[in-house]
Design a protein around this ligand. Sequence first.
Ligand SMILES: *[C@@H]1O[C@H](CO)[C@@H](O)[C@H](O)[C@H]1NC(C)=O
Ligand SMILES: *[C@@H]1O[C@H](CO)[C@@H](O)[C@H](O)[C@H]1NC(C)=O
Ligand SMILES: *[C@@H]1O[C@H](CO)[C@@H](O)[C@H](O)[C@H]1NC(C)=O
Ligand SMILES: *[C@@H]1O[C@H](CO)[C@@H](O)[C@H](O)[C@H]1NC(C)=O
Ligand SMILES: *[C@@H]1O[C@H](CO)[C@@H](O)[C@H](O)[C@H]1NC(C)=O
Ligand SMILES: *[C@@H]1O[C@H](CO)[C@@H](O)[C@H](O)[C@H]1NC(C)=O
Ligand SMILES: *[C@@H]1O[C@H](CO)[C@@H](O)[C@H](O)[C@H]1NC(C)=O
Ligand SMILES: *[C@@H]1O[C@H](CO)[C@@H](O)[C@H](O)[C@H]1NC(C)=O
Length: 454
Amino acid sequence: MGQKRGRGAAHVITAFLSLVVTAAMMAAGRSEAGATSSYVRTPGKSEDMPADADVFAVPPGYNAPQQGSLKGDAVIISWITVDEPGSSVVHYGTSQQTLNYTAKGKYTTYKYYNYTSGYIHHTTIRKLKYDTKYYYAVGVDHTVRTFWFTTPPEVGPDVPYTFGLIGDLGQTFDSNTTLSHYDSNPNAQTVLYLGDLSYADNFQDQVKWDRWGQFIERNAAYQPWIWTAGNHEIEFLPKWGEIEPFKSYSHRFHVPYKASNSTAPFWYSIKRASAYIIVLASYSAYGKYTPQYQWLSDELKKVNKSETPWLIVLMHAPFYNSYNYHYMEGESMRVMFEQWFVESKVDLVFAGHVHAYERSFSVSNIAYNITNGECSPIADQSAPVYITVGDGGNIEGLANNMTEPQPSYSAFREASFGHAILEIKNRTHAYYTWHRNQDGNAVAADSTWFYSRT
Ligand SMILES: *[C@@H]1O[C@H](CO)[C@@H](O)[C@H](O)[C@H]1NC(C)=O
Ligand SMILES: *[C@@H]1O[C@H](CO)[C@@H](O)[C@H](O)[C@H]1NC(C)=O
Ligand SMILES: *[C@@H]1O[C@H](CO)[C@@H](O)[C@H](O)[C@H]1NC(C)=O
Ligand SMILES: *[C@@H]1O[C@H](CO)[C@@H](O)[C@H](O)[C@H]1NC(C)=O
Ligand SMILES: *[C@@H]1O[C@H](CO)[C@@H](O)[C@H](O)[C@H]1NC(C)=O
Ligand SMILES: *[C@@H]1O[C@H](CO)[C@@H](O)[C@H](O)[C@H]1NC(C)=O
Ligand SMILES: *[C@@H]1O[C@H](CO)[C@@H](O)[C@H](O)[C@H]1NC(C)=O
Ligand SMILES: *[C@@H]1O[C@H](CO)[C@@H](O)[C@H](O)[C@H]1NC(C)=O
């Protein structure tokens, strides 16, 4: 948090230094065939929760702040007022009774076809102490609402940290189950969100964005959500005169992209505990010479695995996907970046998009050069593991049609809604679990240890 921490990667020194630790290299299941879960979820369409559902209830009071959320490494506090702009000031402090610090932000609004947004406030709080609980109040001129968050520990190679992984959430009853299960995990500290948020675009109804903000507030006002843009955020609708991609998304969700020297909010990085998190944009240009390509090329050189042994990449469209949905949509980005992931010792790549769950072995497919015919993924201990967690529970339902036989790169797959948890223990070990909604948090339907690549 705060500038001291070196928000994003801005303060990382360029170079590699290997740790003197022998990683056990994703041994789990390496030589075994992959598994397709025998669990078959009862089919049935996911249904959006009705507009008057409890989760969408707006807080009472004149100009009451709603849709509160925290974002990114710098603690950007965001909320919306509807009656009038009101104040963009946040009062905060380490005791609930003494909110004796103040930060002032700005508000913005946008129009989308016949919809006009409320006043969307974004206020950044800086210079916070590590590992400290802060209380904060917004709506300080009219209806005051108070929340709290805990700042992360100082960045360091053995600092434990627990991330939640949620993708393609939407706002159905299944979405509510996913969020409730995640919410009930007392250890999870930050959500790594894998794109496709509200699914407002399925209805061309921007009010769905407001409902979604209200829906996630019960978690997002208390812990940071690190955002990745998905295809449902594009909202490109020329027939209605809407030609600015990501308009709602970029007005509503701010990320600290400038801190990592990015020139656009769709690709950026943060450092958190022992992890270096790189967020990529599946729907912004990434070909050679483009801003994102240039940025990633520079960014990967800044990663120092002795300081942050866990290098994690987030994106929306997966590179490895053995479902008959969105098949090969991540392929062009894979061709551009997979070699870099292998060379830079990326540990884990998380994606959403496919409404199901899948975990790969450590694999790579980087030998092909158009004349040699080597175009199949191979087991590769020096490559990342790829995980799809696009199963938050949205209105479009599950992807349950898989390619057969299960490809050799695929370690485990199941078409159920759920979420995942990554518990980083220290510089070498992280315990990873995936929880299907039918079982909640109590059962790990898939679990494995990951060993960081050095
Ligand atoms: C959503 O989940 C919360 C927490 O479990 C529960 O209190 C609420 O009633 C649920 N709402 C709907 C509409 O299912
Ligand atoms: C704010 O209050 C805390 C006690 O809650 C105190 O330690 C701190 O010094 C105060 N800071 C300022 C600037 O008043
Ligand atoms: C906006 O336009 C859509 C499509 O024509 C319509 O369904 C909706 O009711 C309109 N909303 C408002 C606020 O006028
Ligand atoms: C930020 O990006 C610019 C333009 O690509 C580059 O000139 C500069 O060196 C970068 N700064 C850092 C700290 O990486
Ligand atoms: C990498 O990080 C380690 C641990 O913080 C530090 O000792 C080392 O100097 C860094 N390497 C470079 C090249 O900056
Ligand atoms: C393609 O790969 C093969 C085998 O690795 C190698 O012999 C050949 O030189 C490569 N061709 C080019 C154009 O790089
Ligand atoms: C699954 O997808 C394949 C390939 O698109 C298609 O041929 C097949 O009919 C689908 N099966 C079902 C049950 O929908
Ligand atoms: C790292 O964590 C793992 C799992 O908790 C533990 O077995 C191992 O001893 C730890 N390593 C160190 C150096 O503490």
